[in-house]
Ligand binder design. Structure first.
Ligand code: PEP
Ligand code: MG
Length: 325
């Protein structure tokens, strides 16, 4: 069965009725990229860079970061690589970087909030990403955006980094795309405004589910409440995707939900055709795409969206999975 799956790595990811669903990878190292490419990934939808900053004693330098970003961009061979800026805090800590003890780390000092507070560290990373963009199809993505101010403030640092590189005569992609993760309910509520000021959305369902449902993604006592198929989450997904479509920008999904075959009908119904997932999920999801008739799956999901409770939705998803897999 594993061998059968491996044969799929070179097959196009298209539904029975011809709808293309691009499958890219979430990676946090060059090694993971290699696994992803072996499994047929179409580029990198999420490069989690915090792992470059972890397990060491000081911040990585611009050159150290550039070496890795460039290697990833080159290995991806012309496919796009979305590099997410540092997303520490919450569940991820750094030895050499004093983070405050917090009552609610996931509601606290993390991700873009830390970066905007440490502009030099942030600018170093942006410079490295910009420089890597001269060697492949690199895109920038900011995590945890919850307001236009944050997006603009990040843009200011990016502009400064670009001006510096211009002055130094260092090459970068002048039309590099800049996107944001949609993973905070506030971002969903203002998705139309955010879409007007960035190039793409990527839905981070892992955090979005925990923030929408007020269910800590790390707390085992309430793990049963952490449900991506809660009607509230599905409505948030719909609002985000519609806002992206209205603004004419691409939207993808890079949370764990993308690697769950039960979610595929929803994406086909809502109009998402780019999914990014762990390298280990790629072939399983591709198999699911190949077995699916988009028209039928979308019609089913349209009905599921009308159900009122998670239980009802999950019952339908169980029936669907048993019938189709
Ligand atoms: C997410 O929140 O869905 C996501 C992809 O980011 P991370 O899991 O790294 O927080
Ligand atoms: Mg996240």
């Amino acid at each position: 069965r594993k061998q059968q799956l491996e044969l799929l790595s070179k097959v196009d990811s298209v539904t029975r009725d011809g709808v293309r669903v691009r499958l890219s990878a979430n990676i946090s190292s060059v090694k993971e990229l290699e696994i992803a490419l072996k499994n047929g990934a179409e580029g990198v939808g999420l490069f989690r860079t915090e792992f470059m900053y972890m397990d060491r004693h000081a911040l990585p330098t611009e050159q150290e970061q550039l070496d890795i970003y460039r290697l990833v961009a080159e290995k991806a061979g012309g496919e796009s690589v979305v590099i997410r800026t540092l997303d520490i805090g919450g569940d991820k800590e750094l030895d050499y970087f004093e983070l405050p003890e917090e009552e609610n780390p996931f509601l606290g000092y993390r991700a873009i909030r830390i970066c905007l507070d440490h502009r030099d560290m942030f600018k170093t990373q942006l410079r490295a990403i910009l420089r890597a963009s001269a060697h492949g199809k690199v895109k920038i993505m900011y995590p945890m955006i919850s307001s236009l101010e944050e997006l603009r403030a990040a843009g200011d640092v990016l502009d400064e980094a670009k001006r510096e590189l211009d002055r130094e005569g260092i090459a970068y992609d002048r039309s590099i795309e800049v996107g944001i993760m949609i993973e905070v309910p506030a971002a969903v509520a203002i998705a139309d405004l955010l879409a007007g000021e960035c190039d793409f959305f990527s839905i981070g369902s892992n955090d979005l589910v925990q923030y929408v449902l007020a269910v800590d993604r790390m707390n085992e006592h309430i793990a049963h409440m952490y449900n991506p198929y809660h009607p509230a989450v599905l409505r948030m997904l719909r609002a985000t995707i519609n806002a992206a479509h209205d603004a004419g920008i691409p939207v993808s999904v890079c949370g764990e939900m993308a690697g769950d075959e039960r979610s595929l009908p929803f994406w086909l119904h809502l109009g998402v055709h780019r999914l990014s997932m762990s390298p280990q999920s790629l072939l399983r999801i591709k198999q699911s795409v190949l077995h699916t008739t988009a028209r039928d799956a979308a019609a089913m999901a349209a009905d599921w969206m009308k159900l009122r409770t998670s239980n009802e939705i999950e019952r339908e998803l169980d029936i669907y999975i048993k019938a189709f897999h």
